[in-house]
Every structure is written in C-alpha cells, then in structure tokens.
Design a protein around this ligand. Sequence first.
Ligand SMILES: NCCCC[C@H](N)C(=O)NCC(=O)O
Length: 508
Amino acid sequence: MTIAQDQEQLACCQDEVNSGNQKVDVGGSSPIFASQDRTDNALIESEFSASIDVQDGVGCCHPSTRLHRYFVLFFMCFLAFGSYFCYDNPGTLESQIEADLNISGTAFSNFYSWYSYPNVILSFFGGFLIDTVFGIRMGTIIFAGLICIGQVIFAGGALVDNFYVMVLGRFVFGLGGESLAVAQNTYSVLWFKGKELNTVFGVQLSVARLGSVANMNSMPYLYDYIQESYKGSYGLGIALMIAGLVCLFSLFCAMVVAYYDRRAERILVRESSGSGEVIQFSDIKRFPMQFWLLCIICAFYYSAITPFISIAGKYLISQYNMTVTEADRVTSIPYTVSAIVSPFCGLLCDLTGMNLLWTIVAGLISTACHLAFSYLPIGIIPPSVTMGVLGVGFSLFACAFWPMVAMLVPEHQLGTAYGAMQSVQNLGLAVVIQSAEMLREAFPTSEEGLQWSEVYFMLWISLSLVLGFVLQMHNTAKKGALNPPLYRKRICGRGDEVDDREALLNQD
Ligand SMILES: NCCCC[C@H](N)C(=O)NCC(=O)O
C-alpha cells in the first residue's frame, strides 16, 4: 500500500475511527487478485494496530457509511438499465421490423429465442467466470460492454436490412444481458447483505422496469420521427443505434461502481467471502436442494408471467375489441406499476422478513389475476385493473425471491448461483414462449388458441405455487433461513449493531 493510499485511508477515516470493534464487510475480492488483496489487507492490518472501526451512518466518503452505500447504489441500479431498455426493442417495434425486413412472426421470434436459448448455458458460465476468473468488477464491465456491442450489431443489421446480422446482434446482446444481471445481483449482496438487501433489490428492479417502460414509450416515436426526417428505411437502424447509447450509460455506471468497489476494498479491511475462497466446479453439486427448488419455481413463475404479458395484447384485441394502441397501453401497465411499487415491496420484505411467504403470496396474487383475466365474464373487472394487480404481484415476487439466493449460498459462490438460476429461468422462458405460440396457432380460431394458451400459463404458475408450498413446509420443518424473522436492529453500545438476520445466517 502506498503512502498516498495510507493518507487517503487516514483522511477518510480519521473522523470516523472510534473505539468500537466492528469490522466492516463490504464486498468480495476478485479471485485472481485475491492473493494480492489479501497481501494489501495484511499490510493494512499490520500498519494499523486496531482494525478499522467505523460507526455506520457517519460521513459520506467512507465506504462503510450508509450514505456512501446509497451513493454507489445509484450507479449500481443503472447497471442493467440499458439491458432492460434494449431487451424489448424488438417487441416494441415488432410491426415496423416485420414490415421493414419483410419477415413472419415466427422469424421475428428468433430475436428473443436467440437471446434466451444461449443463456440456458452461458448465463451459468457468466456467473462462474465472475466467481473464478474476472471477479465482480471486471466481469460487470465485460458484460456491460457486450450489451453495447450486441446492440450495435443488431442496429447495424437493421441498417443493412440483414436479418441474420440482427440475430447475431441479439445473441451477443444476450451474452451480456443475462450475465450483467447476475453481476448486478452479486454486487447488491456484497454491498447490502444483512442490511437493506430486499429494498435494494426493489429499487434496482424499479429502475430496470423504468428501462422497459421508457423503451415502450419512446422507441415507436423515435422510429416515426427518423422515418419522417430521413424519408428512407434507415429509421429502424438509426433508432436502434440511438437506443445503444442507453447501454453505453450502463457501461459508464459499471466503471464507476468498479472504481468505488476497488476503493472500498483498499480502504476497509475487506473481509472477502469466507477466507477469500474461490468456488470450485465441484461446489455446485453441494448447492442445497432448496436452491434448486427455487430455480424451478423461478422458471415456472416467469414462464407464466413474461410470455403471458407479451401475448396479452392479442387477447385484448380479440376478446375486448381494443385497438393496438389501447392494448399496448394495457400490457405496459404491469411494468409501469412494477417500477412504482418495487421499492415498497422490497421495504416490506426488509421490515417483515418472511421472504418465502411473500413469494407465495405473490404467486397467489398472480394466479388470481390470470383467473380474472381469462375466466371472469368480460366487464366484471377491467383488464387494466387486472394487469395493475399483476404488476404488484410480479414486483412482490421479484423483491422477495431473488434475495433468497444469498440466504442459501456463500458469497464466493453467488455469481455461479445467480447464473445457474437464470440459466434455468431462460430454459423455461425459451421453451414456454415458443410452445405457447405453437399451442395458440394450433387451434382453428384465435380465441380458442388464446384461451388454451391461458390454460397453459395457469399450469405453470400453479406448479410454481405447489413447489412454493413444498419449500415452505420444508423450511418450517428444518427451521431454514428462507423466512428470516422480523428484521430489527438492536443497538447496543456505541453504534454496534447486532443483526438478527446476520446471526441467523451465521448459525451452524
Ligand atoms: N432482460 C433483461 C435482464 C433479465 C434478467 C433476469 N433474467 C431477470 O429475470 N431478472 C429479474 C426480473 O424480474 O426482471
């Protein structure tokens, strides 16, 4: 450690060091450089007789203060904003793309299946590479760079009217998109585990949903503006290239978070996960059964939600006689509601604990919405109300569900665990999206096809509920960690905080 770094550490901590004995844990190191970090940390410890003790909540530049964590959280939230904004570019411009490229709906669905199918495998390896090779900082920058490259290739294919180049762009975009979400989840746990983790997941999902909503409410107008301005067929390519700027902003945020994460590692005596362990491939076999049950629940639940929302517009047009514009407005309601309520759903989970119970409640709410949307006589409940309540259920599920991974898997295996979960999720999504389309087209009338598709979605969400109840019974019988108790901080002494959840998670 250089003298300048010592001075930085002293200056930054001088007014915050106290006689407490709390050692602050912020973030895990990159495994490749773990040995170097351990040397640095040993050096830090040898130069300072007492470990760095700080009082949480004091000052703003010290990495252990709440204010500093929230400052870094701002940039952490936008890591996936570009990914969510551009992920649904094709869906928002479906009619324009099919007209410009003169392709069928089935060919169009390649822009989503070539995003999902590779991630059945690559999302897992993306997480594993974060844990074993790149580390969280370099991994996040690499994956944020991939979504930029993928979006440029996708837009370039549109500029030259080449369908296969566009599919390649979506494949590259998918390489980055899913693994970037893995990296964002891993960062969140490293910085906020044992603190306001559920709320952080809620805020991050809210910003991500804002990306989806911003895409739905901007891209059609941008396309039309460019088409009218250039009187040519460049509207699609230029609009998609401009959308790529949003991915560049996420790449910038990845670099900012990497800087502050590295600084936190340098200033704090950072306890990387365990003794700086690095995951071994064989560790995956020892992931608990509850984790694999959660993966299946995730695949079944999302398979009943996102494909349903994507075809709900067709259902509204045929069953409720809506125009395309009206149907698009109603189908965007779940994402808009999710952008608003996700932080509150996360706060609810933080204040009450009980993550698995809230996950089951969310599944029940979502199932009720499916039933109301498909089987209540038309006019009893407006579809906009049903979709709004579905947005609440969708948000509550995401906020309660994703943090549970950190309750089952140690920090040095988190990237691999989140990668494995998203691989299983993408398998479910890829299979259900295409099979639902095939089922819908197998019936002589559109109404029948849509109704049987709805039965199909109800099957998946019912299976996710059954598995949720099985997991709840197992968790209760084994006194598991998936329903953490009421989260309260007992302040004892000079700001030392004893976290019930941390004590619970650290129990043998
Ligand atoms: N499509 C952009 C990234 C998706 C990340 C991941 N597959 C996911 O589902 N995250 C949780 C969510 O509710 O979006």
